[in-house]
Design a binder for this molecule. Structure first.
Ligand code: NDP
Ligand code: GDR
Length: 364
């Protein structure tokens, strides 16, 4: 039985990758988790009774740990999703970001080189490496021009992967993945922040309808606060991307590919679509930091979204749009989702989650 080590399994992609591998292969899957004071295993709770999945301690900031794990388990594949993946905080803790995202990759490559040189390695690259883009859509040959410590950390990792492939004849790929989301997405990322906010507001407004029938006072809700709503991203579903990662790891010779939807949408469009899926008819008013998104409740305007400059970044990536034609044509990658389906799935999931919390509170 082949063995696959996946790091970052408590996060979005790692947990989706494990689900995919359990479904599509008969390999043994080893999930790497780092020690935290409070366990955050909600994304892998459903795997507790899986015979072909177990957890090990693996912190990529510790070389002794990566050495021991590779020497003991001798994996056939090592998929490294471990990272500080939040661009926004990378200006506040650049060293920690490089420690995990760049030196973490270096430690994995070194341990594989020493103890299991035939192991196939995946490094989680990012469209943030392109940063200040020269042309659209961006393909794998686009110049590396990061705009954040996070983007720079991933770009450096990409160079390391290339150096190890060329120097030691290792099989290592650094896929360039554009934004991908889903129901396991962290709540600090803009899509999930919006869909959770929409669900929260939906739940209050839904209650208003009930209370209005009982002629009691209208409850209030806080609007969602966002930063730059004009930046554009190429969003996909993480569940589609894990298949692309696996295809990259199973090509004959290691080659990096871009995974992307080939569509770009602004944060503003995401807001509009998310509220629409929750049954709100919204409209924008004002400009710049005074711009606001409202819905109409009879004569009364409900404030749904406002701008908070606290969420602006020191430097922004204004536009991302990826060209994934090569992996579709050469490796047969076939994403199933779409922007519309993705937003709908996230909004419905978060509304159902709000409703079940409310249901539990109602019965307790
Ligand atoms: P998440 O933030 O959801 O997951 C990151 C994972 O890394 C978590 O499980 C986290 O564990 C783990 N981790 C953090 N530090 C360490 C460490 N020192 N040792 C071991 N594990 C650690 O990210 P995603 O799933 O969204 O992304 C996966 C990878 O893909 C990341 O490398 C990200 O940078 C990259 N990427 C993501 C894109 C996206 O749009 N999602 C696009 C392009 C690249 P813990 O729970 O303990 O914090
Ligand atoms: P990104 O994702 O930086 O593209 O990195 P994020 O969702 O954080 O931001 C996307 C865009 O939305 C703007 N924005 C806000 N962002 C956040 N988080 N919170 C806000 O309130 C807000 N308001 C506006 C941002 O300025 C930005 O333009 C993601 C991560 O998954 C990386 O790990 C990955 O490498 C890249 O995608 C590709």
């Amino acid at each position: 039985m082949k063995k696959v080590i996946v790091t970052g399994v408590t996060g979005q992609d790692g947990s989706n990758m494990v689900d995919y591998l359990l479904r599509e292969t008969d390999h043994m899957i080893i999930g790497g988790v780092r020690r935290l004071s409070v366990k955050n295993h909600q994304n892998i709770e459903h795997l507790q009774d899986e015979d072909r999945f177990f957890l090990i301690d693996l912190d990529v900031t510790d070389a002794q740990n990566t050495d021991e794990v590779i020497a003991e388990h001798k994996p056939d594949y090592f998929i490294n999703f471990a990272a500080n993946s939040f661009v926004g905080c990378s200006w506040d803790m650049p060293e920690q970001v490089f420690e995990t995202n760049t030196l973490g990759v270096l430690r994995c490559l070194e341990s594989i080189k020493k103890f299991q040189p035939n192991c196939r390695f995946y490094s989680a690259g990012s469209s943030e490496e392109f940063g200040n883009v020269d042309y659209s859509p961006q393909d794998i040959n686009h110049p590396i021009k990061p705009r954040s410590p996070y983007g720079a950390s991933k770009a450096a990792a990409r160079h390391l992967v290339k150096v190890y492939c060329e120097s030691y004849n290792m099989f290592a790929v650094h896929g360039i993945l554009f934004n991908h989301e889903g129901t396991k997405r962290g709540e600090e990322f803009v899509t999930r922040k919006i869909t959770k906010g929409v669900a929260r507001i939906h739940s209050v407004v839904h209650d208003v309808d009930n209370w209005r029938k009982r002629k009691s006072e209208k409850p209030k809700f806080e609007p969602i606060e966002l930063g730059n709503i004009d930046s554009k991203r190429d969003w996909s579903d993480s569940e589609d991307f894990v298949q692309g990662v696996w295809l990259m790891l199973n090509q004959d010779t290691p080659r990096n590919y871009v995974l992307a939807s080939g569509e770009t949408h602004s944060i503003r469009e995401f807001v509009e679509k998310a509220f629409k899926h929750a049954g709100f008819k919204g409209f924008w008013e004002g400009e710049g930091i005074d711009e606001k998104y409202y819905s109409l409740d009879g004569e009364h305007k409900n404030l749904l979204v406002r701008i908070n400059p606290e969420f602006y970044r020191p430097a922004e990536v204004d536009l991302l749009l990826g060209n994934s034609i090569p992996i579709r044509e050469e490796l047969g990658w076939r994403p199933k989702s779409s922007f519309d389906k993705l937003v709908q799935k996230m909004v419905e999931f978060d509304i159902n989650a709000e409703n079940s919390i409310k249901g539990r509170e109602g019965t307790s």
